[in-house]
Design a protein around this ligand. Structure first.
Ligand SMILES: [Zn+2]
Length: 268
């Protein structure tokens, strides 16, 4: 088990419902040395040219075909980058745009390495909260993800809305609604509260649990817990997210690990 020396948090236009300060306070309350580094682009402090390159490379990681993996990012034309930038980097509510998580992570690593080369090492956790929806390719198609572990780890406020499945009845009814030409808004109203929505006030609480998954992964190499009552449980359904991640309770085993990570390790 490796010690966690510091946790750095960055924001990349996540949902406005997410309070990064509350999250940092929560981590400090647990005994972690956590720092809010603010807006990622401002922190990176890129030259105009590098920023343009960075944005272009991000745009190039968009998933254009959900049924085939992105072998490598494509080169977007220079023209139109400004408008695409505004649309993609600021518009949180565009779940129709998905990015390839691993390529996104590589680009973020590269750009962070330039800025903080000495800080991308074990014991230091870097977490970027983003509004971008990203996915990973699994056997047949891309699946949306809430969290991508690694350096840096990325947590998506759009992913928490789109990735865990809604109640089965929702999908049955949705098909019927679409066939009969009715708006989905009506359906969302019926199921209100049963899944996380964009700008949901519960997002901060839920993402505290995902933040712990990242930290535990860095420390132990294991992100998930098999215990369905532990907030490190790998939820696939919104119902599970609203039970375990919203509750934010750790199982006995992980409570002990947490104690070690925040107190036990410091003396030794
Ligand atoms: Zn556990």
């Amino acid at each position: 088990m490796s010690l966690i020396k510091q946790v750095f948090i960055y924001s990349d236009n996540p949902s406005e419902a997410l309070s990064i300060n509350a999250l940092v306070d929560y981590l400090r309350g647990l005994g972690f040395d956590a720092t809010n580094r603010g807006d990622l682009l401002s922190f990176l402090d890129l030259s105009d040219e590098d920023e343009n390159e960075y944005i272009k490379s991000i745009i190039g990681t968009r998933v254009l075909d959900i049924s085939s993996p992105l072998e490598r990012p494509y080169e977007p034309a220079d023209k139109g980058v400004d408008t695409e930038l505004k649309k993609l980097l600021k518009d949180l509510k565009s779940p129709e745009v998905m990015f390839d998580g691993f390529w996104l992570q590589r680009i973020l690593y590269r750009v962070m390495f330039k800025r903080i080369p000495g800080e991308l090492k074990s014991g230091l956790v870097h977490i970027i909260f983003t509004g971008k929806l990203f996915g990973t390719f699994e056997t047949k198609r891309y699946h949306a993800r809430v969290v991508l572990l690694g350096i840096p780890s990325i947590i998506s406020t759009s992913g928490v809305v789109e990735a865990p499945a809604r109640p089965r009845e929702y999908y049955w009814l949705k098909a019927g609604f679409i066939q009969s030409g009715r708006g989905i808004e009506e359906l969302d109203e019926v199921f209100k509260g049963m899944f996380i929505e964009y700008d949901d006030p519960r997002i901060t609480e839920v993402l505290k649990s995902y933040t712990l998954q990242v930290i535990f992964y860095e420390a132990t190499g294991e992100a998930f817990c098999q215990n369905k009552c532990c907030c490190l449980y790998n939820s696939h359904w919104q119902e599970e997210v609203l039970r375990v991640q919203l509750e934010g309770k750790l199982c006995e085993r992980h409570k002990k690990t947490l104690e070690f990570l925040t107190k036990g390790g410091k003396g030794g």
